[in-house]
Design a binder for this molecule. Sequence first.
Ligand SMILES: O=C(O)c1ccccc1NCC(=O)[C@H](O)[C@H](O)COP(=O)(O)O
Length: 262
Amino acid sequence: MTILDKIIAFKKKEIAKIKAEVPIKKLVESPKFKRTPLSLKKSLLEVGSTGIIAEFKRQSPSKGIINDKATIAEVTNGYLDANVAAQSILTDTSFFGGTMADLMEARVINQTKPILRKDFVVDGFQIVEAKAIGADAILLIASCLTSVELKNYGNLAKDLGLSVLYEIHTQEELDKINDLDDKIIGINNRNLKTFEVNLEHSIKLANQIPDNSIKVSESGISDPKIITGLKEFGFQGFLIGENFMKEENPGEACQDFINQIR
Ligand SMILES: O=C(O)c1ccccc1NCC(=O)[C@H](O)[C@H](O)COP(=O)(O)O
């Protein structure tokens, strides 16, 4: 059993328990549910966009503790000062040390840039929950879902006004989302089964992505020069976590990085 299998098995149990305790009506009636989400596509494509989706990531299965001192408030303010295109917040607690409260706290500070709820969606309840905590976008990981689930969850998110980042790692996973239109596709350079990170991965799969989709490269980006290279292959979004979070001041690290790609 891989870590990813463990995460998904754990998530399914966790969500079943939450669903038994929290009626969906309560989520739909929450004040944030009425808010109109910001568009991830618009933010990535607008003139002068840095394309950087900066992540708040305390720990990970592959690296253990990355930063358990930096606060949501200081990192969110730092990322906003750096002019990120969007913010990503891991809300999984057991494997990444994140919480939904992290996202809600960031939302109070960040009113201008889209927030991606980074979690492992295995049930539509989590998509409704994402909207109720103030997220603008959700992640759907193709390796964890069937093509029918990808389509249904994608439609549910869109019906709620949320953007969707479809994450793939292989051609087979890309095939699963082929018939969906107008997509934002993230190619994860990290193999979620082995944790091996290879930036060539984005480049190899880039040509297979239809021109009408927005390409995002995810994971293992640690040098501003990599952004220049990825842009040549049509990437418009760059999801970066550890490279910023490993520093004492992630916001400042993000500003230095962005200053070097301008
Ligand atoms: O980061 C991990 O170890 C990991 C393990 C299993 C499933 C997902 C995992 N990471 C989630 C991500 O996609 C990354 O947090 C994100 O792409 C940023 O990556 P990085 O810049 O390398 O921190």
